[in-house]
Design a protein around this ligand. Sequence first.
Ligand SMILES: Cc1ncc(C[n+]2csc(CCOP(=O)(O)OP(=O)(O)O)c2C)c(N)n1
Length: 541
Amino acid sequence: MKVHAAIAKALVDQGVDVLFGVIGDANLFMANAFANEFGGRYVAAANESGAALMAIGYAAVSGKVGVATTTYGPAVTNTITALIEGVKGQKPVVLICGDTPVEVRESLQDIPQRDHVMPTGAGFEQAKSVETIVRDLSFALRRAVLERRPIVFNVPASFQWQDVDYRPPRVRMPDARTWAPASDDLDHAVGMLASAKRPIILAGRGAVASNARAALIRLASRTEAMLATTLIAKDYFAGEEHDLGVFGTLSTPPAVDAIIESDCIVAFGASLTKYTTAQGSFVAGKRIIQCNLEPGEIGKNFAPDVGIVGDPAHVADVMTNYLEEAEIPPSGFRSQELSDRLRAFSLLDEVADRSTDTTIDVRRALLRLEDAVPADRVVVVDGGRFMTEAYKAFRVIQPSSFVFTSYAGSIGLGLSYAIGASFAAPARPVLLVAGDGGFMLGGLVEFNTAARYGVDLTVVLCNDGGYGAEHIQFRERQIDPSISLFNWPEFAEVANSLGGRGYVVRTMADLERAVEGFAGRDRPVLIDLKLDPDRMPDRPR
Ligand SMILES: Cc1ncc(C[n+]2csc(CCOP(=O)(O)OP(=O)(O)O)c2C)c(N)n1
């Protein structure tokens, strides 16, 4: 078998069914073999940044390794932001890139690829030789899972047409996620929880990764603790009566009251960022217990009273058993009154309707769409001032259906994430909430990719005619905000030209027409919400 075919076959043999990419001299035969010889699905992105982000979005929703491919040189440098995003978001991704042939002295596209990749924090795996290439690729896939970050697999282009004796790779992943330590720390933690009067069990992404939902609910009911999540683990306890929702700067007012009142937080798989702790104010003066499988996550952002290295689900069960054996009485924190207040809260009560004759109120528009789109959706949120409104408005049925795209703080990554998400969940509608600035920076280029592949994508554009996040800063300092404003083209028409269907929304009646269009969609939809940049809800601080 030729090397390009062996790489494609090794991907298929290891369960990779979708490959995102942009082809060039170094990877075109491999991508073609993947799609046309071995039955894989190849998705041709418009830009390598998009291809790499699609693999990240695929990994985020499927929990499997996302795989993308590029040729060499500028194709690799186009993926730098995506690699950084994947590292910060801890996404298992393999980027198979070609490298210029070593024997060619003058290649326009020759760059030291390793030197560009290493500062992103991604791993770099060199294809060592034609004989070892299948094993080398397996190693890259294995590293992506175990190291939870993108791994760049670097393949010299001169290997492509060489012969290799193909043997299917044998890969077995170790399962490290079922242990709890016997330690003084665990005893202290149980002691603290036993004496707590108002405990909260907080779940972060590590709890979701360890499938800890049932164990955390058991521990919370045993102690009469309230439940809460970080933003990344959003809606993990959906449907639970004693769920406070998101714990942090995005908490609702009744949840904030309960958090302030609480005396003990048990954080499972949460790294306690400044957003979760509200700059420390939500954890000050309380007992804090932090449990994480990764030792480095404990105390990374905030020093807890006790840290427990262990699997969240297993540690929670051990704690519940200890409390049971010691016959510790429950805390009594839960009350009908608190549950009623949590249930009675409505986002609509917080901010008055700010619509005008020609612009719509962002919160009312998003909440109408929240209601109109089937619950079994995937929600992807781009970056910008609007994003907190989207985080609050849209619920999901499980955390993997909520895709956060701002690990690196970049705008414009959402659309590619959304395409990757859709390939991981093809039967479900994918909703991308994006700003006009982010859409023009990075979304527009791949909207047509969504149309070409018939992706069930709906873009909700929070269009305030510019960079709202910067506009507000000029306004706050009484500086002319004009350089933050843009005279964009009509986005609905742009969407139509790119193979989708666009709707202009200035009023609630317009929004109803867009909702009808969404219901009968046969191609990607773009709903352009016209917003007034001076009438947006205040941002959380
Ligand atoms: C790649 C990148 N460039 C620039 C920025 C700075 N930035 C943050 S928010 C923002 C404006 C985004 O505008 P838009 O998408 O319309 O959302 P809005 O803030 O208006 O709600 C910009 C330019 C960034 N975060 N990332």
